[in-house]
Design a protein around this ligand. Structure first.
Ligand code: SF4
Ligand code: SF4
Length: 139
């Protein structure tokens, strides 16, 4: 029987105590998986976020995910996308400091808040924080 191959994009949330540990590199050595780091955001005082594309056999993928979870990482699937409903946004700025990847920026001239979705890792934190509910989760 041919083993099923998978390729998935996930977001890893590293608690502060694990930020400097080489956890993901064991996916290659111990679980025969390949990975690409698509985005990574680490700040010294907070949790780290990493967006990975992992590929390999389904069985190895499942074991690799179990290992990451047991190591203390929180794992989120990237099959979801966060978008801004431009009609609802009042440019209040409440999302700017909440976003761990600095996807929001205040334009000093127009005083409007720009949303850079290339930086967004769909963590969902801005959804609860946005007063007019302009940030929406799409699956
Ligand atoms: S919190 Fe919501 S309304 Fe305020 S700037 Fe951000 S997206 Fe716009
Ligand atoms: S979901 Fe919101 S808070 Fe999270 S990374 Fe994207 S823009 Fe930032």
């Amino acid at each position: 029987m041919v083993a099923k191959a998978v390729s998935k994009r996930i977001v890893l949330h590293f608690p502060k105590r694990l930020v400097d540990r080489p956890i993901v590199y064991r996916l290659v050595k111990d679980y025969n998986l390949k990975f690409n780091i698509l985005k990574a955001f680490f700040t010294p005082e907070e949790e780290g976020l990493m967006v990975l594309e992992i590929s390999g056999k389904q069985e190895d993928y499942d074991k690799g995910i179990e290992y990451l979870t047991k190591s203390g990482l929180k794992i989120q699937s990237l099959s979801q996308d966060v978008i801004r409903n431009e009609e609802r946004c009042t440019h209040c700025g409440a999302c700017i400091t909440i976003c761990p990847t600095n996807a929001f920026e205040l334009d000093p001239i127009t005083r409007r808040v720009n949303f850079n979705d290339d930086k967004c890792v769909a963590c969902g934190q801005c959804i609860k924080a946005c007063p007019p509910r302009a940030m929406e989760l799409h699956f």
